[in-house]
Write a protein that binds this ligand. Structure first.
Ligand code: 5GP
Length: 225
């Protein structure tokens, strides 16, 4: 049976390092995919359409929104961003865990629309460090950096609403922690049971499933997926 993949919402203030962190996870974990968002923001240097984002016009974005094609969408820094439903659905049915790298507003919507999503807040070590990272990235004008720092402060206050917080001081440690979260969520008995029930179309196989979990526990192994 293919397990239904988990959906992880990874939120961080702009410059918080979530893209680098997610990149390392994607390299290390073959069963994890990153959702590619749609945005009306123009591409930055080095960004590629279809890999970093789907870069679309306001009109095209609006057409998808009207057809209810987004799991969540938000206006961020004056541009529209949205997570296409189709990709998330298809990949999780293939057993892939999906990372959504989205802002705090989007995380709130996902919590409403997808109850079983797991939300991880990536916390920058300090405001000074965040400013330094935004400045070093040198992709945004000074006023834009100021704006992003102001919004970051507001977002960091919401960290307590998330399921997990990873402090991104040392990248290798943050990668280890995020990987541990992804693995632990796969091993949760409630997750496996829900996935099995979804696959069986109800509670029919539950008895057999419980026995297999007990058996695995006695052997000291992980729960079945
Ligand atoms: P950037 O323009 O720097 O790539 O992204 C700006 C912000 O928009 C980041 O916080 C990023 O996580 C967020 N973002 C990117 N894609 C999405 C999305 O699909 N939905 C939401 N809500 N936020 C997004």
């Amino acid at each position: 049976m293919t397990r239904l993949g988990n959906v992880f919402v990874i939120s961080a203030p702009s410059g918080g390092g979530k893209t680098t962190l997610a990149g390392q996870i994607l390299n290390a974990m073959p069963d994890v995919e990153r959702s590619v968002s749609m945005t009306t923001r123009p591409p930055r240097e080095g960004e590629r359409d279809g890999r970093d984002y789907f870069f679309v016009s306001e009109k095209a974005f609006e057409a998808v929104r009207k057809k209810k094609g987004f799991l969540e969408h938000a206006r961020v820094f004056g541009q529209s961003y949205g997570t296409p439903n189709a990709f998330v659905d298809t990949q999780r049915r293939r057993g892939k865990d999906i990372l959504l790298l989205i802002d705090v507003q989007g995380a709130r919507q996902v919590q409403k629309n997808l109850k079983d999503a797991i939300r991880v807040f990536v916390m920058p070590p300090s405001m000074e460090e965040l400013r330094r990272r935004l400045e070093n990235r040198s992709t945004d004008a000074p006023e834009e950096i100021q704006r992003r720092l102001k919004i970051a402060k507001r977002e960091m206050r919401e960290a307590g609403q998330f399921d997990y917080v990873v402090v991104n001081l040392d990248l290798a440690k943050a990668v280890d922690e995020l990987r541990a979260i992804i693995i632990a969520e796969r091993l949760k008995v409630t997750t496996s049971r829900r996935h099995r029930e979804a696959a069986a179309g109800g509670r029919g196989d539950l008895q057999e499933y419980r026995s297999s979990v007990r058996l695995l526990r006695r052997r000291g192994g992980a729960s079945p997926q």
